[in-house]
Design a binder for this molecule. Structure first.
Ligand code: ZN
Length: 318
């Protein structure tokens, strides 16, 4: 019998339930929606979570589409799923947990008796660290971003190679291989010996079907490659960036981009222009380094210094 919260599945069974974390402001208990898929045959455990950031719904779209396709009689091993991690932020469609104004993915490994976000992090980290592989499904928030997978443990970590392999198997096409900030699940779980990636499934408001499809295929690639399911996986080389340059607005106005997501960028090439309300050119911003146009803001209006776009740099194929 494998149990996660109130979900309990014997071999050959699937169950859903709630992982209790505490109480809401009106004193009622709340729990994260969880699923356990327990295969007929023994094997490894895969942990998948979504909506760590409350406005990032593509991962939930992946969970919704993958779970009905999983048959315990075809599965070797176990899949543990937390469908919505950032419970409070999800309710109000915000990025950060409104109870403590914290970003969930800075709170790992969490603290059972800490803040609201730390308690959720602790409860989900306990589940994640029962697994052999971890997928933490994110997206570039509501910005526009290409589909990629992030390896966050850093190149000196003993699990770096295994995390890179997992990212390649997931197979979004692009990988950002750069040590992440403290508190990310994709940093904390490798410290416990568990290969972990943070797939970033595009960026949108609501659901983007193309990015969700990348995620669904990625999960099935992982299930097949690591022996949870029968079948072959075509492993394709990934375009990897190990640097990430952020560009801000030198003046206020309206931004128009000269590059599309995924485009190659050469040093000195124009990334974007800022024009005033009446269409007059105020500024042109060029790339400092070669790379790939990776992410950009969605709304055109910017104030001086405001974030505009990012270029993945130090690019290679692996
Ligand atoms: Zn995120």
């Amino acid at each position: 019998m494998t149990t996660l919260g109130t979900a309990s599945a014997a071999p050959g069974e699937i169950d859903t339930g709630r992982l209790a974390v505490g109480e809401t402001r009106d004193g009622s208990q709340f729990g994260l929606p969880v699923a356990v898929v327990n295969g007929d045959e023994d094997g490894d455990t895969l942990y998948v979570q979504a909506v760590s950031d409350g406005d990032e719904l593509n991962g939930l779209g992946v969970v919704q589409r993958v779970l009905p396709q999983l048959r315990p009689e075809e599965l070797s091993g176990t899949v543990l799923v937390v469908g919505v991690v950032n419970y409070h932020a999800f309710q109000v469609a915000e990025h950060r947990n409104p109870i403590d104004d914290t970003k969930m993915n800075r709170a790992y490994p969490g603290n059972e008796s800490g803040t609201s976000s730390e308690r959720i992090a602790a409860a989900t980290f306990e589940a994640a660290t029962r697994a052999d592989l971890v997928l933490d499904l994110h997206q570039g928030s509501t910005s526009r971003m290409l589909n990629e997978a992030r390896v966050r443990c850093g190149p000196r970590h003993r699990l770096h190679g295994e995390c890179l392999e997992l990212a390649k198997v997931f197979g979004c096409g692009h990988v950002l291989d750069q040590k992440g900030p403290d508190g990310q699940l994709a940093r904390a779980a490798p410290d416990e010996g568990i290969p972990t990636i943070d797939p970033e499934l595009g960026g949108c408001v609501g659901w983007d079907e193309e990015s969700i499809q990348y995620g669904v295929e990625g999960v099935f690639n992982v299930l097949r490659y690591y022996g949870f399911l029968d079948g072959d996986v075509e492993i394709e080389s990934q375009t990897r960036a190990t640097g990430f340059d952020r560009y801000g607005a030198p003046s206020g106005g309206l931004v128009s981009f000269q590059k599309d997501l995924g485009d190659r960028v050469e040093p000195g090439e124009v990334l974007f222009e800022v024009t005033d309300v009446f269409g007059r050119l105020k500024a042109e911003v060029t790339a400092d380094k070669a790379g790939i146009f990776w992410r950009s803001r969605r709304l055109p209006q910017v104030a001086t210094g405001e974030y505009v776009c990012s270029v993945g740099t130090d690019v290679d194929e692996y």
